[in-house]
Design a protein. Structure first.
Length: 173
């Protein structure tokens, strides 16, 4: 079975899209895989694809679209890699609630309780946490002001180094 992911590609102003794309081109090795997104469900190949998509569709159909606003960049680390996250202050609870709702039903057994979920858009990678911290400091010094809307979620997989959309599921208006 394919490893499936669920992400939210936010609607952004053109200027924010360009700003994020420029930063990611310089600092995010996954920039060519998929665009700016909130990851909601991480790689899962243990659930039937139809059941996975049907579950995501059910959650999307009962979740309201919501605005978000990121005003800070925060570092995070996993093993030896540092990450640069845009973290929403407005909309953080909505992203977290959507993540939690998706990890119910057939996906409940796959929720990673050992890793806290942080609502974020990854915009960069550093060699380590210290490098990610320096990138965050530079971004924050310039001023982070990225606002948008999450009005749909996407189920997809990575094939040949690219994210392939399998289902685009609208949230309630």
């Amino acid at each position: 079975m394919r490893k499936l992911y669920t992400v939210a590609f936010p609607s952004l102003a053109d200027a924010d899209t360009r700003c994020i794309a420029e930063f990611r081109a310089a600092h995010d090795r996954q920039a060519s895989v998929l665009g700016p997104h909130f990851t909601l469900l991480f790689a899962c190949d243990a659930v039937d694809e139809t059941a996975y998509i049907d579950h995501a569709r059910t959650i999307a159909a009962t979740t309201r679209a919501f605005p978000f606003h990121c005003r800070t960049a925060e570092p995070d680390a996993d093993e030896d890699t540092g990450y640069v996250f845009l973290v929403p202050d407005t909309g953080r609870d909505a992203v977290t609630a959507l993540h939690g709702a998706l990890y119910t039903g057939p996906l409940a057994p796959f929720l990673r309780k050992d890793i806290p979920s942080v609502a974020h858009i990854t915009v960069g990678h550093g060699a380590d946490l210290a490098a990610a911290m320096r990138l965050c400091e530079a971004l924050n010094a310039r001023g982070v002001d990225v606002a948008g809307t999450v009005d749909h979620i996407v189920v997809g997989c990575v094939e040949h180094g690219r994210f392939v959309e399998l289902a685009k599921l609208p949230l309630l208006a």
